[in-house]
Design a protein around this ligand. Structure first.
Ligand code: SAH
Ligand code: F3S
Length: 452
């Protein structure tokens, strides 16, 4: 049997790539199963921080040992770590069967077919299949979703571009994902229409830098960037309730995108706007082409366009050379903006990036302390903001059945806050008015408001 388990590390892009690989494999007659039943295990990996790489390497080494009891087990590494480390990985993992890069996900079924054809005979284990080259047009290959007929995917991810040309000095993504390449608007629209026809009500557009979508491939129209053109076209799909996107870059927020927050209600009241640091000196060293003041002005403009906006961000502490003063500037920016959510990272050295060569690397315990301090600030702020919502009624998209307690549904507000509420499953996919009854740091609880 060809039973495949795919384990995904890292970001939503990786989740999406894994889903597309699973869909291609199903079409080829493979079954997607849980880990214990699998004869083929694929690890779709992340390279953004060292910890993510170490986890995947540990897992692969463990699986290779499993081959002693299960000699026909096939183990593959896909995605960002494969691209980042290349065949050097084979020094650590000589028994690996597949090593597939980020532009080759769509080739996984062919590689597996070929591998199994030789492997299932009596001969020795074939050499590792390595496919890491760039491939023109690969951004157009991530389109398959879980097959229709299964439970509707109320929230779906759609990949709109690959790669990033920004070269932030700490970031490995330009190496792992390559140059920016965008899918045509019409292709994306067709995929969205199909999803909506099968019950999808929220689409999250994915890319390493979505605000750069199509900027070199497609023209401006009426002073609007291709990204905003895409948002407008999606907005016109009648049964689609919400549109989200990740990750944007602050420099990509020109007046057309700011205006979209006023003019396109399906964008909701949420923006993720990675700032990385509040110190101009560090921003420069990171090669982030904006200052703290420019960022603050952008937040102001966005709040003007959409006064109820909830804002989240990414921050790195412990970047090389970050002094107490630099960190104080980040902490100050954090409270000045009043971020509602944040992904807070300790800087992780990525070999081959410019930051890895910079002097004054920050000691781990200093980064740790700064990290802890920001987490405490974030929790206080999130709790206070959630508390303010108790007693109010909010529009919630009912997205899935909550795991615990049974019978509850789970959804998101227009500000992307998670809400649990009792409601029948037939409301899945609907916009429901929910009165908030209690709050925690991470989520809200509420009850459906029924019209009299
Ligand atoms: N725009 C991309 C960014 C990828 S990395 C996307 O979201 O797909 C996501 C976040 O990880 C970055 O915004 C940054 O805050 C963090 N990050 C990237 N490289 C890092 C490193 N070397 N150490 C710590 N955090 C890092
Ligand atoms: Fe990485 Fe900066 Fe691009 S964080 S993904 S190089 S915008």
């Amino acid at each position: 049997m060809n039973r495949v388990y795919i384990k995904t590390y890292g970001c939503q892009m990786n989740e999406r790539d894994s889903e597309a690989v699973a869909s291609l494999l199903r079409a080829r007659g493979y079954a997607i199963v849980e880990e214990a039943e699998a004869d083929i295990i694929l690890l779709n990996t992340c390279a953004v921080r060292d910890l993510a790489e170490q986890k995947a390497i540990g897992k692969a080494a463990h699986l290779n040992k499993r081959k002693r009891h299960q000699p026909k087990l096939v183990v593959g590494i896909l995605g960002c770590m494969a691209q980042n480390r290349g065949t050097d990985l084979l020094d650590r993992l000589p028994d690996l069967d597949l090593l597939i890069g980020t532009q080759k996900f769509h080739r996984v079924p062919d590689h597996l077919d070929n591998l199994l054809a030789t492997f299932r005979g009596e001969g020795p284990r074939p050499a590792t299949v390595v496919d890491l080259d760039p491939e023109a047009g690969s951004q157009n290959e991530i389109r398959g979703h879980d097959s229709p007929g299964e439970e509707a995917q109320i929230s779906a991810y759609v990949s709109i571009m690959q790669g990033c040309n920004m070269h932030c000095t700490f970031c490995i993504v330009p190496k792992t994902r390559g140059e920016e390449r965008s899918r045509p608007i019409d292709d994306i629209l067709r995929e969205a229409e199909e999803l909506v026809a099968h019950g999808t009500r929220e689409i999250t557009l994915l890319g390493q830098i979505v605000t750069s979508y199509g900027r070199r491939e497609f023209p401006m129209v009426d002073g609007k960037t291709p990204f905003v053109q895409l948002l407008e076209k999606l907005h016109a799909l009648p049964q689609l309730h919400r549109i989200r996107f990740t990750s944007p870059h602050p420099s990509g927020f020109k007046s057309d995108l700011i205006a979209a927050y006023r003019d396109l209600p399906k964008l909701g009241e949420y923006v993720h706007l990675p700032v990385q640091s509040g110190s101009d000196r560090i921003l420069r060293a990171m090669n982030r082409p904006y200052t703290r003041d420019v960022y603050l002005r952008l937040i102001e403009c966005l709040r003007e366009a959409q006064p109820k906006l909830w804002i989240s961000t990414d921050i790195i502490v412990g970047f090389p050379g970050e002094t107490d003063e630099d960190f104080a500037a980040t902490r100050d920016l954090f409270t000045t903006v009043g971020f509602d959510m944040a992904y807070l990272f300790k800087y992780s050295t990525r070999t081959g990036t410019p930051a890895a060569e910079m002097p004054d690397q920050v000691p781990a315990e200093v980064a740790e302390a700064r990290h802890t301090e920001l987490i405490a600030l974030l929790e206080k702020r999130s709790m206070a903001r959630h508390q303010e919502l108790v007693g109010t009624t909010l529009e919630v998209l009912a997205q899935e059945t909550a795991r615990r307690p049974a019978g509850r549904l789970q959804g998101r507000t227009r500000g992307y806050r998670k809400v649990f509420f009792d409601a029948p499953a037939r409301l899945l996919g609907e916009l429901v008015d929910v009165r908030i009854t209690s709050a925690t740091v991470a989520a809200l609880n509420g009850e459906v408001v029924t019209s009299a």
